[in-house]
Design a protein around this ligand. Structure first.
Ligand SMILES: [Zn+2]
Length: 166
């Protein structure tokens, strides 16, 4: 029996490179798409070079949009971390502001969506499908409550990390 030639040790997975670097191309399908294309998940239609909410024609191509891709893979483009004593005292109100902001953006731009809102130890993490939405959430909170806003673009990656604290 010489079938089993695989090493039997624990599987080795290389973490040398961040996940973002390896897989980011999968979310850059823009430009290669036929028109019109409809996303079977959310119904967004790729037309005139961008994804929009509209009716798909019967002959539309079918392909998952980048936002649904990211949501499915839980692969955020934006990370917004919120913390601080003021945040902790008003976290529900702040959550509503974030959700309203995101809902408003989504109506205009199908690819701008929240992936998840997670409560963490004394903080909240909001992940988004789009860097501008992450930045916009930070700016909306800063506009409403002041506090400290920090926006970091990860060099070479289409990822943004936003930190708002008050
Ligand atoms: Zn979609």
């Amino acid at each position: 029996m010489s079938i089993n030639k695989k090493p039997s040790g624990p599987e080795t997975v290389s973490h040398d490179r961040p996940l973002f670097e390896r897989d980011v191309d999968a979310y850059k399908a823009k430009g290669k798409l036929a028109e019109p294309t409809v996303c079977p998940q959310c119904g967004a239609v790729y037309h005139e070079g961008r994804w929009q909410w509209s009716e798909a024609t019967a002959d539309a191509h079918r392909e998952t949009c980048p936002a649904c891709h990211r949501i499915h893979d839980n692969f955020p483009a934006g990370f917004v971390t919120l913390d601080g004593p003021f945040f902790n005292a008003h976290s529900e109100e702040i959550r509503h502001i974030i959700q309203n902001h995101a809902e408003h953006e989504r109506t205009e731009h199908p690819l701008k969506r929240i992936i998840a809102i997670e409560n963490q130890e004394g903080a909240m993490l909001v992940t988004t499908t789009d860097t501008h939405l992450a930045r916009g959430i930070g700016e909306a909170l800063h506009h409403a409550y002041q506090g400290d806003l920090k926006v970091d673009h990860v060099p070479g990656e289409s990822t943004v990390r936003v930190h708002w604290s008050r």
